[in-house]
Ligand binder design. Structure first.
Ligand SMILES: [Zn+2]
Length: 264
């Protein structure tokens, strides 16, 4: 529980607002539609706890919706438009700035969000004077022995080994492994020779319906909780380092210029 005076204390210590950003979207027959939000929340909370003696943080409630047109039309998908997501992130940044906090880190769990969050961060610097950053936590580096455990490699895109393992570690009751099936991998591999393949160098307006009947892209059948615990721990360490770096990052000079004489 966070009260107003605790937020003021984070501001007084030049702390960092951690804003988890997820999605509500289909995650195949075996994972909850809240998977990305649960991952973002858990990472933000764990990283905030890890740095507690060094950096003051305010871990905000998660934004449970994201940009999900690639899953539109499947039951359980509730996506925001790009315009709405940018409006909400600006509103969140406005409130953080008004609370006196000048550093913000979006802790993102959904693969459809990063491009818009990058735009949001640059706008928040311009409009709100914030030092705003975004990190896509599933993309943080994994130790080689863990990366080798993902048999489908780069095609572990959605509800596959990574997400299923991490949820088995965080909230096993939310996973139905009996329903887990490999899907989508053959379809993406078959398109590999095309310059307009999904997940290649060219931006392609892919939709999950092009690739997967079940809604899975990857192989969740290899998932296990131990792998998930180790991946989570390694990536929380990496995220904590990013929080420390954000706390040490210079504030945008235009904010300093606009301050009303209050001492840093
Ligand atoms: Zn996901």
């Amino acid at each position: 529980m966070v009260r107003s005076q605790e937020v003021a204390a984070v501001a007084a210590r030049s702390g960092v607002a951690l804003v988890p950003v997820g999605a509500t979207e289909q995650h195949g027959p075996h994972l909850p539609v809240t998977t990305d939000t649960a991952i973002a929340e858990a990472f933000a909370a764990a990283a905030g706890a890890q740095v507690v003696d060094e950096v003051a943080t305010w871990v905000l409630p998660a934004l449970p919706f994201g940009f999900s047109p690639e899953h539109a039309g499947r039951p359980g998908t509730i996506g925001l438009s790009a315009e709405t997501l940018l409006a909400i992130t600006d509103d969140i940044g406005r409130g953080i700035a008004a609370s006196g906090i000048r550093r913000l880190l979006f802790v993102n769990g959904h693969g459809g969000n990063p491009e818009l969050l990058h735009v949001a961060c640059r706008q928040l610097r311009e409009r709100r004077g914030l030092a705003a950053f975004a990190v896509h936590v599933p993309g943080l580096p994994l130790p080689a022995e863990l990366a080798d455990g993902v048999t489908t490699g780069d095609l572990d895109a959605h509800a596959g080994h990574y997400e299923t393992s991490v949820l088995l570690a965080l909230d096993p009751a939310s996973v139905n492994m009996d329903a887990a099936r490999i899907d989508g991998v053959a379809e993406v591999t078959a398109a590999a020779a095309s310059l307009t393949r999904p997940f290649g160098a060219v931006s392609v307006p892919w939709h999950v319906d092009d690739l997967s009947r079940s809604g899975v892209i990857g192989d969740p059948t290899t998932a296990d909780a131990a792998w998930g615990h180790r991946a989570f721990a390694a990536q929380v360490d990496a995220l904590a380092d990013i929080v420390r770096a954000v706390a040490a990052h210079p504030l945008p000079p235009e904010w300093v210029h606009s301050r009303r004489g209050d001492a840093e």
